[in-house]
Design a protein. Structure first.
Length: 320
């Protein structure tokens, strides 16, 4: 594949594509498949022919073999379902995969949450004899729902009014671990006027997260500038959208759910969000043209984009 076709991008974005590969040399096929399922397939009805899914991801440089292996693994883990239709199969996100079936995707596109009570919600997990894989999955689901991991067994997030976050009962109604979890709500002040937000920001994980945000902003600011002077092919618009939202998704998943008054303490969060919204809006129509041609089920039915798509990021522009 020539440089001009790296990640399926046109030659005018070749220099940016090289920068992207330098910053993100490894793209995990399974994670990328979940990004495509949630960003692209979900607003088109949620079901796609598995071969179509593979063909779309091949545009980004993945091999068909690695993609089929990733899809099989995601099915085995319960994150995806595949339904045989004759000799073909349709693929969809498994809605029954615990409270984190959607991999925190609602937080990628959602408005900045309101309704902070001014208190913090601490969760202390008593692991006991819980299997390591189960424990890791449950802890990951809590992070997906906006908690931040202060230590192996202690997680924290701002306490919001009930309708903002899923309750712990909704997330893990059948989990023995969550029955042993201890939930503490308080103002969370410490010595030297430290707050829970100070505790979060001083952890090595959050310092690393801020650095990742800065890398993202620097790289995708270059993309926004390039797009202002480029008329992209529809397939390239899809590829650029996928590369961006995949990286932004990984950042959001690692970021605690914060109200505006706390986000202001970490300006890079809103800088990255606003940059993402700008680029997503620039790419939505052209990438949509490509997807309207390519997306289909195993019966050959083309997938139509639902109106809920335009509610992402507080409202995307509709094509005229």
């Amino acid at each position: 594949m020539g440089t001009q076709m790296l990640y399926g991008l046109t030659e005018s974005l070749s220099a940016w594509a090289v920068d992207f590969r330098r910053q993100y040399p490894i793209l995990a096929a399974g994670d990328a498949v979940m990004t495509l399922m949630e960003d692209v397939v979900a607003p088109h009805g949620g079901v796609v022919r598995q071969g179509c899914l593979v063909e779309l991801m091949e545009l980004l440089g993945f091999s068909a073999g690695s993609l089929r292996s990733a899809i099989a693994r995601l099915n085995a883990e319960g994150k995806l379902k595949s339904i045989a239709i004759g000799r073909r199969a349709d693929t969809l996100v498994n809605e029954e995969y615990g409270g984190c079936a959607h991999e925190a995707f609602y937080r990628v596109y959602a408005s900045i949450p309101c309704g902070w009570t001014g208190k913090w919600e601490f969760l202390i997990l008593e692991r006991g004899e819980t299997e390591a894989t189960v424990y890791s999955r449950i802890r990951g689901c809590l992070v997906d729902d906006g908690f931040f991991q202060l230590s192996d067994q202690v997680l924290v997030r701002p306490e919001f009014v009930p309708e903002v976050n899923m309750s712990l009962d909704e997330l893990f109604s059948d989990s023995e671990l969550m029955k042993r979890a201890r939930r503490i709500v308080g103002v969370a002040g410490g010595s030297n006027d430290e707050t829970a937000m100070d505790w979060i920001r001083n952890t090595p994980d959050f310092v690393d997260l801020e650095a990742r945000y800065r890398t993202y902003v620097l790289l995708f600011t270059k993309l926004r500038l390039a797009l202002q002077n480029t008329v992209l092919a529809a397939s390239s618009a899809f590829a650029a959208r996928m590369l961006m939202i995949h990286q932004y998704r990984s950042l959001v998943r690692a970021t605690p759910e914060l109200p505006e008054e706390l986000r202001s303490l970490v300006p890079i969060l809103d800088e990255a969000r606003n940059l993402t919204i700008d680029i997503y809006g620039m790419l939505a129509e052209r990438s949509g043209e490509y997807l309207a041609r390519e997306l289909e089920t195993s019966t050959g039915q083309k997938l139509r984009l639902g109106s809920a798509f335009y509610q992402r990021f507080d409202g995307l522009p509709r094509p005229e």
